[in-house]
Design a protein. Sequence first.
Length: 364
Amino acid sequence: MSRIILHVDMDYFYAAIEEREDPSLRGKAVVVCMYSNRGEEGGAVSTCNYAARDAGIHSAMPCRLAKAVKPDAVFLPVRKPFYSEVSDSIMEILRSYADNDGELFEKLGIDEAFLEVTATSGGDLDKAQQIAQSIKEGVKELEGLTCSVGIGPNKIIAKMASSRQKPDGITVIREDEVDGFLRKMPVAKLWGIGKVTEEKLAGMGIDIVEDLAGHDVQELISIFGKTRGTWLKMAASGIDDDPVKEKTSSDQIGRMASLTHDTRKSDLVLSLLDELLDDVFSKVTARSVSFRSVTITVIYSNFKTVTKSHTLNHPMAEKSVLREVSYQIMGELLDSSTVNIRRIGVRVGNLHENKGQKTLAEFF
Ligand code: DCP
Ligand code: MG
Ligand code: MG
């Protein structure tokens, strides 16, 4: 069975958050600027909403120029730590839809991620589209923001599909549509091809993806090297086996699971939590690491997702500590809502290798 990959990308992310925070901005052109140490005149545009884009403003444009283009736009300074918090919350929602209890998930940037749904959708694209719809509703309900989703048989196609219908769209590219989707595109649009490669290819007379796909692979290898040359040929042909895999997962160990039915009965929730703790802790032991942070995720029946973390004073590798902290956080979360719970997760992070350091048990 071929894979089904979703790529989710938030719409005009920083500017959308600012609009959400201040409803008086609705309908106005909003530009979020990264000001440099040369003050307001020196910065570049981080992003802007669609009203500002219609006026010709775009990311990376000097703010000074943006002001000249549209003096009546609202210019705001970036608030990166705040956007990162919003991002964390969105990533937890997205992760909760990924196969293997959230493991087949890959954050790609502050506002986008891949998730594989081959298993959850049973390989059915209509089902995958419904999952995308649920994700959009969940993100809208919890964070008041819209996103666009691309669905395809691999990461490259999913990534390129998500920008096809923005904002608030879902674009499905079936396996038999991949060729038509790619064929006439300029090579620079192929995800993974940057300026340097584009120019080299142009020098070889290769301008559109079709030219690249039809090019002799040996010649590509002689110019770009084995790995890159092969990749170019494959990518242009719509082939990409790269797995959906979190790049930072080496610093985190976690598991998520659904309750057998939505509930907020603490004995049921805690018994599932115990299972997850066993699993996470056995992975901690197998990898010989200690952890400094413990994060609990709760996804409610209404899609609302809450995460709460605790940071320990030192790295620990004690099951009792993990259990105590997890129970504490889960208890607080159970007390703070009356809504039934659908899924829960536990994750340890900030991992340190155990280099000859003893566990408490060995110590005494
Ligand atoms: N960003 C930035 N500087 C850039 C590009 C982006 O600071 N040159 C930041 C601001 C964006 C966020 O990253 O909000 C996400 O980037 P995207 O490329 O996904 O752009 P947007 O989400 O803003 O718009 P779109 O609706 O096109 O995805
Ligand atoms: Mg975006
Ligand atoms: Mg993005």
